[in-house]
Design a protein around this ligand. Structure first.
Ligand code: MTE
Length: 333
């Protein structure tokens, strides 16, 4: 059942954080810590290697945020009954392998990524293609908030208040043709700014994709913010996908390319380990991953031992199960 819990940031719209404080907070959120931990190895690698301390450079004011800080958005009924994950965990415990494989690495190093100006290249089977400024892709006057569960294949989960627009509203602007059966996404790649790309953890750039009807589903979302403000870099600034019924790795960050294609596109984790990560990657407690049982999940940000049962499609079956009628979801994992 959907209901609207009290929002801890309510009141911020009326009593908006001054811009200087807001930027300062963003600086803290993206700042480097004392010692960096970078690791290598697979999806959950943890070998460590020391690095020198980093200091965060002040971020310029973004043209995407109103001058008084925060984002203007409308609330929606997309919510869940569980408590929100605290913002420190949402933006301090991340997977963004371009910055390293330790969970703290993105918060330490992602401030180095240039997110402004930002453009997105649109290619393939659509009437409108070319390079578009972010402001021309996402309507910042039509932002809405959606509280979604995020379920990582590593068997942890969060509940995050995203700000953004439905993915369908964005894709429709480009008028995809009937040959566009899939849509592929690509993450920004800059090896100077993204220290994790020195290591062959994945075939960079990070790529993902959805079947067109999945992309057009009401739940598929393009986020530009969370907790009322612009996305911190470590969460995939300035624009990322959020596909709540699929494992978190489908929710590709910092998107620079959208391509409409007739065939199923390659996806990063599937290329790296096809037996572990399929194209569909729907949350499925009945298909064990070789390294993590998918039956339950650790709830991040609360009681250290809090766990919950994992639900099929991450609890979004009513909205998405029909997309997979007649498919074997163990085989098509
Ligand atoms: N996108 C890119 N470009 N690089 C990544 O390493 N990690 C994915 C996904 N998107 C990843 C990415 C994984 S494994 C997860 S669980 C989610 O981002 C995590 O999102 P969060 O850090 O905002 O919680």
């Amino acid at each position: 059942m959907l209901f609207r819990p009290r929002k801890p940031w309510q009141g911020r719209q009326a009593d908006v954080t001054p811009k200087s404080l807001y930027l300062d907070r963003r600086r803290i959120m993206t700042a480097g810590g004392a010692l960096a931990l970078t690791g290598l190895v697979g999806c959950n690698g943890s070998e460590t290697q020391a690095d020198s301390p980093t200091s965060a450079a002040a971020r310029p004011a973004s043209p995407h945020a109103p001058a008084d800080g925060g984002l203007n958005y409308t609330s929606t009924d997309y919510s869940v009954s569980d408590a929100l994950t605290p913002i420190d965990a949402v933006s301090g415990y991340n997977n963004f392998y371009e910055f390293g494989v330790a969970k703290e690495d993105p918060a330490r190093y992602a401030h180095r990524m240039t997110v402004d100006p930002w453009s997105i290249e649109v290619e393939g089977h659509a009437a409108r293609t070319g390079r578009f400024a972010l402001e021309d892709v996402v309507d910042f006057n039509a932002l809405e908030e959606r509280i979604y569960r995020l379920r990582c294949v590593e068997a942890w989960s969060m509940v995050i208040p995203w700000i953004g627009v439905p993915l369908a509203s964005v894709l429709q602007q480009f008028e995809p043709t009937a040959d566009a059966r899939y849509v592929a996404f690509e993450t920004y790649l800059n090896r100077q700014e993204m220290r994790g790309t020195r290591f062959p953890v994945l075939d960079w750039p990070y790529v993902e994709g959805l079947r067109m009807d999945e992309a057009m589903n009401e739940l598929a979302f393009l986020a530009v913010g969370l907790y009322g403000d612009l996305l911190p870099n470590q969460n995939g600034a300035p624009v990322r996908l959020v596909v709540p019924w699929k494992y978190g790795y489908k929710s590709i960050k910092s998107i620079v390319k959208i391509r409409f294609v007739p065939e199923q596109p390659p996806t990063s984790w599937n290329i790296a380990a096809p037996n572990e990560y399929g194209f569909y990657s729907n949350v499925n407690p009945n298909r064990a991953h070789p390294r993590w049982s998918q039956r339950t999940e650790r709830v991040i940000g609360g009681d250290l031992f809090a766990r919950r049962d994992t639900e099929m499609f991450n609890g979004y079956g009513d909205q998405v199960a029909h997309l997979y009628t007649g498919m074997d979801l163990i085989e098509n994992h």
